[in-house]
Design a protein around this ligand. Structure first.
Ligand code: FAD
Length: 325
């Protein structure tokens, strides 16, 4: 069901008396079953991230609607079960030991409503889907997003960007749930505090993105499609598309690019275990098979140390690392 601002219904939480000795996740399991929210116990996380790395989660929850996500979040909150939000898992690293608690995957929340000059998209909608849909409607502004394999939620959180565009250019309003106060709200324009690969959400983990209004400009559908094709061609030419990874491992430093610095330090092809600095794009770390989260973190450490020793520039990770590694 599509969430519209102001239409979030209050949810009645089913209370089960807490039995001593019963783990919170066991309670969560019962409660999720009552609400028919899809979930898996002891779920392997590796296939659920583009890095293909990570152990098992106690619980993986796959809400199909915003209402189901809110029920799951409120249950976790009530039962003190730690939870983690994941969109497409294209910018994160799951720990080898897996995660205790619940990992909430938003991809099933993928309703989109056309608006005169854009969309309202639930947080699980894929950016490439939205970019193509905008082109078909003759709406310009999302051409930059055609090759970013993330969801609206992950992209707003990260202020994802490419080819001179970023989410900050198109997001006008975001609906969120605040787990601290157990309330829903909306953010307008500057309240998102967008920065380079940051937003208000990166510093407020209690704020969960439910959906966003995206505003675009009218344009010629053929010209829009042409820009999309050019952007995708550029990616195929420069990036290790098709290899397991999570995009740029490091943020762009104040001067130049992380890829240029890593390349200039001669680090292309450097490996730790199954994790390797891509020979095609030095900013990407790829999993050539069997890489562990520890391999990736160790490789990132080596890259940072070498680049710092040779240039004095300390690279900041862009990949979100979940749990303790
Ligand atoms: C081949 C490849 C190319 C890429 N190219 C680019 C690029 O050009 N530009 C770019 O910016 N990025 C790029 N990325 C990285 C990634 O795709 C983006 O950062 C994307 O926006 C992440 O979206 P996601 O849904 O996968 O988020 P996830 O990786 O699932 O999550 C990222 C962060 O967002 C949080 N999050 C996710 N959903 C929510 C929510 N609903 N509420 C609150 N927090 C949430 C997560 O907890 C996590 O901290 C690339 C990745 C790959 C694999």
């Amino acid at each position: 069901m599509l969430l519209q601002f102001g239409a979030i219904k209050s949810i009645i939480i089913i209370t089960i008396q807490s039995n001593e000795g019963v783990k919170p996740v066991t309670l969560l399991e019962k409660l999720l079953a009552i609400d028919e929210i899809p979930f898996r116990k002891d779920c392997p996380l590796a296939p659920l991230s583009t890095f293909h790395i990570g152990g098992n989660a106690d619980f993986a929850v796959f809400p199909k609607t915003v209402e189901q996500l809110l029920i799951a979040l409120r249950l976790c909150r009530k039962e003190n079960v730690p939870y983690f939000l994941v969109g497409n898992g294209s910018n994160l690293l799951f720990p080898d030991e897996g995660l205790c608690g619940a990992v909430l995957f938003t991809k099933g929340m993928n309703a989109v409503a056309d608006e005169p000059d854009g969309f309202f998209a639930e947080s699980g909608v894929g950016l490439p889907v939205l970019s193509r849909r905008a082109a078909t409607r003759g709406l310009s502004g999302l051409e930059f997003a055609c090759g970013i394999p993330g969801t609206v939620g992950g992209a707003v959180y990260m202020n994802a960007g490419a080819h001179g565009g970023e989410m900050a250019d198109v997001i006008v309003e975001t609906a969120y749930y605040d787990a601290k106060t157990d309330t829903c709200g909306k953010l307008l324009g500057p309240e998102h505090a967008f920065g380079y690969r940051t937003s208000v959400f990166t510093t407020h983990p209690e704020m969960i993105i439910l959906g966003a209004h995206i505003r675009l400009q009218s344009g010629d559908p053929n010209a829009i499609r042409q820009r999309i094709s050019e952007n995708l061609a550029l990616r195929r030419q420069k990036q290790p598309i098709g290899e397991a990874g999570a995009g740029s491992a490091f943020k762009r430093p104040a001067k130049g690019s992380a890829a240029e610095l890593i390349d200039a330090c001669g680090l292309k092809g450097l490996s730790v275990g199954g994790a390797t600095v891509s020979e095609k794009h030095a900013g990407f770390i790829v999993n050539r098979g069997g890489a562990t989260a520890k391999d990736v973190v160790e490789l990132m450490k080596k890259i940072r140390e070498t680049v710092f020793a040779k240039t004095g520039i300390l690279l900041e990770p862009e990949i979100r690392i979940f749990g303790k590694i």
